[in-house]
Design a protein. Structure first.
Length: 166
């Protein structure tokens, strides 16, 4: 399938936002090693293990006057060049040399990220209100190490099954 891009930034935090950039990270079934969540009821867990967001959306939001940058609203992986309109629930993504993710859902924006947005309008990243500007949550199907610059590509379910460990 088409839709290839690359990892621009990998980000973690001890809990909450913003998340800070790291040079490399091990991705486990529960997310990026060293990353934590302040609110485990709404963030993290196997179906919300890794959060992704597109740099192209960040640029567009910044052009609107929002004080946004990679990691500012809690994403773990900031992508660049990935066909974001194709990144929808049930999409499979292959990152680096073998980290396989499956998109589980769009994220729900919360009050915690409001300071980043002009007039605290954090719903600006709501998929329902502004399609294409939401972050996505993924589950980790294959663990591995990632670095900024690693490739990302959308793969078919068939390719994902072949890439996934037995």
């Amino acid at each position: 399938m088409s839709g290839a891009g690359r990892i621009l930034q990998l980000s973690i935090s001890a809990g909450g936002v913003p998340k800070r950039a790291v040079a490399e990270v091990w991705v486990t079934r529960l997310g990026l090693e060293g990353d934590a969540h302040r609110d485990a009821e709404h963030h993290g867990g196997p179906d919300r293990a890794v959060c992704l967001f597109a740099m192209e959306a960040i640029h567009a939001l910044a052009a609107e006057g929002h004080a946004i940058a990679p990691g500012a609203i809690g994403e773990n992986v900031t992508t660049e060049g990935l066909a974001w309109d194709l990144v929808v629930p049930d999409t499979y993504l292959l990152l680096g040399e073998g980290v396989l993710l499956q998109v589980t859902r769009y994220t729900s924006p919360c009050l915690t990220i409001a300071p980043v947005f002009t007039d605290r309008q954090y719903s600006r990243v709501s998929q329902k209100r502004h399609p294409g500007f939401s972050r996505v949550y993924t589950r980790v199907l294959t663990e591995g190490r990632l670095r900024p610059g690693d490739g990302i590509r959308i793969v078919s379910e068939r390719e994902a099954v072949r890439s996934s460990p037995a």
